[in-house]
Write a protein that binds this ligand. Structure first.
Ligand code: ATP
Length: 351
């Protein structure tokens, strides 16, 4: 079974995490082929476009894309992977591996997944000056005059659709089934303040619960959930939420277990998925070979699952867990002194 993976290494320190992970996967000889679409500044210099048609075609031909974090012009490719491919479910696991530098006194047993709606909410990208809203003459619940008369200011559209909510919530219910752990889905929204949008998200989610009688369903106001996630993270299994909350809370969840450098991520649509570490490009540590590649490595194991290499994915996860348990080849964000390369070599040996 040959599978093709398009690799976009990303910017700043991201390639330093991506390259050794690709090497590690490649060394397992499981029939993976790697292609490298040229995007961003390099592509722009050569072709005049930061995302030339050849790069798009390579992504389309590949079975999946492995994406390093980007800043700047590589982002066009990311927009294509996300909105172009309609990858609506951003899956961000939060699992504590003994040996990781969690700030919690009792992090053992943390194992939940945030499923973040990935396309809608405030990220539809419609913003503008308040005065543009004059023709609508909108009055809110809390202000006493039409919103365009409040003064100079800006607005952003928060869009929550039935279809967009249904598909991500169904994805989350199915994931709770597949994980076969606590079989629980938690929905977190700000439905008390944003009744029309978050209230709608919750209404749609609650309505679907009847289709999944084997999965317990509960909901919390997002700020309450944020507190619960820190106080009792072991209680959660799968948590679904609108885009912006998921963006923020999944980074916070990465902090709970030790670092953003541990936070893996996969974005799933109905017919495509891409995988990327949840952290940014870490520009402050670029060129030093100390970026923690765990997030990239665990994103890669999610990709292996998606491509049907479950056994290899479990082996890599077990090897990563062993390296953390041994605690001798950890990167500086985890309190160690090992380089990125040394960490990956240790995982290779554990394999
Ligand atoms: P973005 O806006 O793209 O999320 P950012 O600069 O806000 O980017 P990150 O790039 O994630 O955020 O970096 C935040 C901090 O976390 C930086 O100090 C960075 O060095 C650190 N960091 C992020 N990822 C890792 C990693 N994999 N290993 C070690 N440190 C990391």
């Amino acid at each position: 079974m040959i599978k093709t993976i398009a690799v976009i290494e990303g910017d700043d320190a991201a390639p330093e995490a991506m390259r050794p992970v690709v090497q590690l996967l490649d060394s397992l000889n499981m029939g993976l082929e790697w292609t490298y679409p040229e995007v961003g500044e390099v592509a722009e210099e050569r072709t005049g476009s930061a995302f030339p048609p050849a790069a798009k075609a390579m992504i389309d031909r590949a079975d999946s894309t492995f994406f390093g974090s980007t800043s700047g012009k590589t982002g066009v490719a990311l927009n294509y992977l996300r909105w172009g491919k309609e990858t609506y479910a951003n899956v961000r696991p939060c699992r504590y591996l003994p040996g990781c530098a969690s700030p919690l006194a009792q992090p053992d047993g943390i194992d939940f997944v945030i499923v973040r709606e990935n396309l809608e909410d405030l990220y539809v990208g419609v913003e503008g000056p308040l005065e543009d809203l004059a023709p609508l003459n909108l009055t809110g619940r809390t202000i006493r005059k039409p919103v365009h008369q409040v003064g100079e200011g800006r607005f952003a559209i928060k869009a929550i659709t039935r279809e967009g909510t249904e598909r991500v919530v169904r994805f989350a219910f199915e994931l709770a089934r597949k994980r076969n752990g606590k079989r629980k889905l938690t929905c977190a929204t700000k439905h008390n303040m944003l009744r029309g949008t978050d209230g709608f998200f919750l209404e749609v989610a609650s309505g679907l619960a009847a289709d999944y009688p084997d999965v317990a369903f509960e909901s919390f106001i997002i700020d309450d959930f944020a507190c619960r996630m820190i106080r009792e993270p072991q209680k959660y299994d799968v948590v679904v939420m609108p885009n912006q909350y998921g963006d923020i809370l999944s980074d916070a969840a990465g902090g709970l277990v030790g670092s953003l450098g541990l936070a893996a991520s996969g974005c799933f649509g109905d017919d495509y998925a891409y995988f990327e570490p949840a952290h940014g490009t870490a520009p402050d540590i670029a060129g030093r070979n100390i970026i923690n590649p765990t997030a990239a490595m665990l994103s890669a194991t999610m990709m292996l699952d998606y491509l049907g290499f479950e056994a290899q994915a479990r082996q890599i996860e077990a090897a990563v867990a062993r390296v953390y348990a041994e605690g001798v080849a950890l990167t500086p964000d985890q309190g160690g002194e090992a380089s990125t390369t040394a960490f990956c070599a240790a995982v290779g040996r554990a394999l």
